[in-house]
Design a protein around this ligand. Structure first.
Ligand code: ATP
Length: 444
């Protein structure tokens, strides 16, 4: 069954993945908070990206640059001039909309009133540095993490002995004063990006660009476990490309709202470094030892949004099963919600469940098992309600394993290990538990 967006939104709030920001004050448009489960999922996704893009690669190093930077950077990058969307205002109700999102650019979609001529609205959030709020103190919250990488290019070449081709990766917050945020966490005003700038020798960029498209699709399908049929690569047409760009593709996910971008991969030639060389007055050319050539490297940029990835992962994994599932040991008669999320990404890996809560022998033993497992995994100790209900609660949030401690445990030192996807239950000795769960999560 197709999932509706509303189902995912209400699931996220109900189970503590995502809350509207400033909720008790009525919220704040375009801002969200990640709850106890959301923060774990977000961290697991960022860790997966970092492992794939930095840790497992010899040719990429990481960076964490500041959010507020010298405002000249945004002049050099073109953001001060051109990082804007066309804004239309209704003459009658004065509501504002993105002109390019309007079906009829002349009529207000809310009240049918006449629209004013569109004007360009810069999406950067402004702030002031220091105590005086005048024009010399203006600074911006970064609208992308990429520029922090370009302005550190020289530092990294000078200190890390990097040889082309090499990359610099960064995960961090970005801010855009979107005219119409919406579709839950798909378009927000504060979000996180995972960006890589991969510097290459001019002439080699086309093949490397194609290689990165393949590698990024591999990450979504193999590392995050997103179904391949829900992902596609859309190549931007020549007239969609920025004037300096050599090529650009969007990786799109089939959301309940339709195919939409989760990542952009751009072949940006030497535009960024050339601009920063010009505006900073610093030499940003690369010297190739072997050939004694000097040039400004080209760059390939895979840039992906954390929140959109989270949303794709949740949409992909969420299942409602009318009438529930049945196996030899369990049978559920009512509708079941199941999050068949990749085990590595699951916010909680193991639920520890004492069969009963009023027998100290059992709860003490269960606490002992919990104490052991939480050294290695995100765990949840849960003794409230019938055991079947507790399994269901954990299926819903995607917990891949449940460990049940019962009367036999006290005699044999073994527990029931239950698998979320198969609902299979098996007895396993407590001393083998950690190794077994590790193997199931990280080696399969
Ligand atoms: P869109 O066309 O949807 O506004 P974009 O093409 O401007 O996105 P990029 O500048 O290429 O986006 O940013 C790279 C990635 O950052 C996007 O693929 C997306 O995942 C994420 N991103 C951009 N804007 C937002 C936003 N307002 N909210 C959440 N994520 C965003």
């Amino acid at each position: 069954m197709e999932n509706s967006f509303e189902k995912i939104v209400s699931f996220c709030k109900r189970r503590g993945f995502v809350f509207p920001s400033s909720d008790i004050y009525g919220g704040l448009g375009g801002f969200y908070d990640f709850g106890p489960l959301g923060v774990e999922l977000k961290k697991n996704i960022k860790d997966s990206w970092w492992r794939a893009m930095v840790q497992r690669r010899e040719d990429v190093v990481g960076l964490d640059s500041s959010i507020i930077m010298n405002p000249n950077i945004w002049k050099a990058s073109g953001h001060t001039e051109t990082f804007s969307d066309p804004l239309s205002e209704c003459k009658k109700c004065h509501k504002r909309f993105r002109s390019d999102h309007l079906e009829d650019p002349k009529k207000c979609p809310e009240c049918g009133g006449e629209m004013m001529e569109p004007r360009n609205f810069n999406l950067m959030f402004k702030t002031f540095i220091g105590p005086v709020e005048d024009s010399t103190a203006i600074a911006y919250l970064r609208p992308e993490t990429a520029q922090g990488i370009f302005v550190n290019y020289k530092n990294i070449v000078d200190t890390q002995r990097m040889k082309l081709p090499f990359g610099i990766a960064q995960i961090g917050k970005a801010f855009r004063n979107e005219i119409t945020p919406g579709n839950f966490i798909f378009r927000t005003r504060e979000f996180e990006q995972m960006e890589l700038e991969y510097f290459v020798k001019p002439g080699t960029e086309d093949k490397i660009f194609e290689d990165w498209i393949k590698e990024r699709m591999r990450w979504y399908t193999e590392e995050l476990g997103i179904k391949p049929e829900n992902l596609r690569v859309r190549r931007q047409e020549k007239d969609e490309l920025a004037h300096y760009a050599k090529g650009c593709v969007d990786i799109e996910y089939r959301f309940p709202i339709g195919w939409s971008e989760i990542e952009g991969i751009a072949s940006r030639a030497d535009f960024d470094l050339t601009q920063h060389q010009k505006f900073s007055g610093q030499d940003l050319t690369y010297f190739e030892d072997d050939t004694k050539e000097k040039y400004i490297p080209y760059v390939i940029e895979p840039s992906c949004g954390v929140e959109r990835t989270i949303l794709a992962v949740l949409c992909d994994a969420y299942e409602e099963i009318e009438g529930g599932r049945t196996t030899t040991t369990e049978s559920v008669k009512e509708k079941e919600t199941l999050l068949r999320i990749n085990k590595k990404l699951a916010p909680i890996k193991v639920a520890i469940l004492p069969l009963v809560k009023n027998k100290p022998d059992i709860t003490n033993k269960a606490r002992e098992v919990y104490g052991m497992l939480k050294q290695n995994f995100a765990c949840s100790y849960d003794e409230v309600g019938a055991i079947g209900r507790r399994y269901r609660r954990h299926d819903e949030i995607g917990t891949p394993f449940a460990v049940t401690i019962d009367f036999d445990t006290l005699e044999k030192n073994d527990v029931t290990l239950r698998n979320r996807d198969t609902m299979q239950q098996e007895r396993i000795n407590i001393q083998d538990l950690t190794q077994r769960i590790k193997k199931e999560i990280y080696e399969n």
